[in-house]
Design a protein around this ligand. Structure first.
Ligand code: PHE
Length: 344
């Protein structure tokens, strides 16, 4: 019996060298590895062998089958290649014809801006901390110094789930608490992170505001972090994302989770501060809300506010993407209109 296996192998491997057309290849296949071919014939004889020989025999037939299948695949490739070479030689194939263009996907404009942000912040030592889109009320509000019934909760109209304690985050700030608790090691380690992600607000959709938008939150916690660190860091970011001469100004503001709080404006780069429609003739564009992390928030994150301090900011990258590309309507971002998306 083992002899038969050898014979079939030799015959098959020798005869395939004479196979030079796809017809001959089909014939070869059915003769050796087809349903009624020689290899299957061997499998069919297994039942007639003494029991203790069957396993070893089966293994050898299997090996033969893979060997012949491999030979078949190689020969098929060779024949196809030869046919192609011949067509080329005869001029049956015109290789100067332009190829069919394949539609290619691209990165969403928001993704591009996010990557640019991430790169700049990474260069300044901030790594990305990914937080949740679906949040607990406590994290989105209460732990950020916005207890129930606090009037500032109305600043952000919220999408609640069926469970009133669970909502879609209205800003990326709840990630501040999560980052402090997870990375702070019980309030013993400094942190420098950005928290990018989608936010949701139940608002009237207009050309300027959407019910979903992205934010990039920043958080730095350390032992001697001061307001001047916040100002210097944001000014440096503005220089890197807009231009090396970008002028920045700070306005006193209010957020329950920072004290003091300030809003950051950059000189309008469309009119160089002269005043235009985009900056509403003020010469300035608002780029961030920010401030020193409120002691209550530090405590909720596990830090002792007598020892630790920090700054936080929140930016809206869509604004920047719109300005950069002259996009007039924020509804394009999530409208999934390929005519828009294809332009990037
Ligand atoms: N979370 C604030 C907003 O969405 C922005 C902010 C972040 C302000 C961090 C201060 C500090 O408006």
């Amino acid at each position: 019996m083992s002899n038969t296996i050898e014979l079939i192998r030799e015959e098959a491997l020798a005869s395939i060298l004479d196979v030079n057309s796809s017809d001959a290849l089909v014939e070869w296949r059915s003769r050796f590895i087809g349903r009624k071919g020689a290899v299957n014939g061997l499998f069919n004889t297994i039942g007639t062998l003494p029991r203790d020989e069957r396993a070893a025999f089966g293994q050898r037939v299997n090996a033969l089958q893979s060997k012949l299948t491999e030979a078949y695949d190689k020969r098929e490739a060779l024949i196809r290649q030869r046919a192609l070479a011949m067509d080329l030689e005869d001029g049956d194939i015109d290789i100067s014809l332009p190829a069919h263009p394949r539609p290619k996907g691209g990165l969403h404009p928001s993704t591009r801006t996010h990557r640019e942000f991430q790169k700049i912040w990474a260069d300044m030592g901030f790594h990305v901390y990914q937080s949740f889109d679906v949040e607990e009320d406590d994290f989105n509000f209460t732990l950020l110094n916005l207890p129930p019934h606090h009037p500032a909760r109305d600043m952000q109209d919220t999408f609640y789930t069926a469970n009133p304690k669970v909502l879609l985050r209205t800003h990326t700030s709840p990630g501040q608490i999560r980052a402090m608790r997870e990375l702070g090691a019980g309030g013993s380690q400094p942190i420098r992170v950005i928290l990018p992600g989608m936010c949701y607000r139940q608002e009237q959709v207009t050309a300027r505001s959407e019910i979903q938008f992205t934010q990039v939150e920043g958080l730095a916690i350390g032992r001697n972090i001061r307001m001047s660190d916040l100002k210097g860091t944001i000014a440096e970011f503005a220089k890197r994302i807009y231009n090396p001469n970008a002028k920045v100004r700070y306005r006193a503001s209010y957020f329950p989770f920072t004290e003091p709080s300030m809003e950051v404006d950059v000189e309008c780069f469309l009119c160089d501060g002269e005043g235009c429609r985009v900056c509403k003739y003020t010469g300035w564009l608002e780029i961030a809300g920010s401030g020193m992390v409120h002691p209550t928030v530090l405590r909720n994150g596990g830090y002792d506010p007598n020892v630790w301090s920090g700054f936080a900011f929140g930016m809206g990258p869509e604004r920047i993407t719109m300005l950069k590309h002259g996009i007039q309507d924020i509804r394009y971002f999530w409208g999934n209109d390929l005519r828009f998306l294809k332009q990037f």
